[in-house]
Design a protein around this ligand. Sequence first.
Ligand code: IMP
Length: 186
Amino acid sequence: MRNISPEEYNRHIKRILISEKEIADAVEKAGLYIDSLYDGSPILLVSILKGSFVFLADLCRSVSVPCEIGFMAAKSYYESTSSSGIVNITMDLKQDISGYNVVIVEDIVDTGRTLKDVVKLLSARNPRSLKVVTLLDKPDRRVVDFEADHSLFVIPDLFVVGYGLDYGELYRGLPYIAEYTEFPDL
Ligand code: IMP
């Protein structure tokens, strides 16, 4: 665990990019989008940990159709703001997804590597259908061909934290999405 003072912690937040209200409105719309897709057959929302845990908690409460929740962990970033290029599935889903309408819930699509691998893995398990909903999309950073079915916000090439997203495991609890700066002005 890193030792960081509250002043130092706050100095790295450059500006609020997406407010709590904007997030809440977009999550409500994402819930309506999911409701419109299915006819009553079982839905499984699969959260990709850790970054999507806050988004999942709000999204599952904005969906009206009955749904189950599942968790997977994938890691492609370590203690830096650039991708390592290696995707590790560090925790797999516990349930059998055959026959389920699966909705993968992700925090951000950056290079696209994580979701491309996760979609490939889950598609091979015979779900009834498979969709991807992402909170954020950074299309300028894409290195593999991948598009989510629904993106709540498209953002420029900035490193962002908050609402589940971290820098070095910190900032996940911020209620908004903020631009992170590695080198704050003195
Ligand atoms: P991808 O495989 O490059 O698309 O990376 C996706 C993962 O990288 C996300 O699930 C995040 O955990 C992490 N990531 C990408 N961009 C950011 C960012 O701006 N802030 C925090 N994490 C990020």
